[in-house]
Design a binder for this molecule. Structure first.
Ligand code: C5P
Length: 218
């Protein structure tokens, strides 16, 4: 493998997105948000009226939507069949439906192919739940980010413009439970990953830790 692949996995609100974008920007690398791809697939299912709790219906629809990810870390984009869904995929409807959709093997197989194509020869920071374990086990640097549930909920509620922290925490934990127990590519700490608990660190401190690890791995 020639290019540099940096894999960041972890549960919702652990600081993966901000850290990944910061690291990619500092190193001049591309950035791929695989969670946005699963959210885009879920948005397409909801638009098409697919029952997201019917795994057979979800599997049958999985090949249909055309999903395009932009990889600029300062302005990542996501399109479904040419529609910009960057905002829509952050809404409650998608957030509530994304974990059951992501548990369906046909969805994962479809997106895995797209993810591997984008990753190509590397020079990219990739964030998700199964990047170091399944999507890019060859990654030169693998990180597993966690944080206390209260801290994760507080950050996510702030990002969402002041949603209720208790409700946000309940929603995060419900997604984590489904994501960590599904049969295909569950959320797990990949072999060879460095664990960073971000609870008591600022974003810049976490970015600096990752940059040091990348330097050591060169
Ligand atoms: O990272 P984000 O919270 O946007 O991810 C949304 C959902 O997409 C996760 O809760 C999980 O169900 C799914 N996901 C996944 N595998 C990935 C990235 C995200 O299953 N690599």
């Amino acid at each position: 493998p020639t290019g540099l692949v940096i894999a960041l996995d972890g549960p919702s609100g652990s600081g993966k997105s901000s850290t990944s974008r910061g690291v990619a920007t500092r190193l001049g690398l591309r950035y791929l948000d695989t969670g946005a791809m699963f959210r885009a697939m879920t948005w397409a299912m909801l638009e098409a009226g697919v029952d997201v709790h019917d795994a057979q219906a979800v599997a049958a629809y999985a090949p249909t939507p055309r999903i395009e990810s932009g990889t600029n870390p300062t302005a990542p984009t996501i399109h479904v069949d040419g529609h910009d869904v960057g905002e829509a995929i952050r809404g409650e409807a998608v957030t509530g439906a994304v974990s059951p959709v992501s548990a369906v093997p046909e969805v994962r197989a479809r997106l895995l192919e797209l993810q591997r194509t984008i990753i190509g020869d590397g020079d990219i920071v990739v964030e998700g739940r199964d990047i170091g374990s399944v999507v890019a086990p060859q990654a030169r640097v693998k990180l597993y980010l966690t944080a206390d549930p209260g801290a994760r909920a507080a950050r996510r509620a702030l990002e969402e413009g002041g949603s209720d922290v208790a409700a946000t925490e309940a929603s995060l934990l419900a997604r984590d439970a489904i994501d960590s127990t599904r049969r295909t590519a569950p959320l797990t700490m990949p072999e060879g990953a460095v664990h960073i608990d971000t609870t008591d660190f600022t974003l810049d401190e976490v970015i600096d830790q990752v940059l040091r690890l990348v330097q050591q791995a060169q």
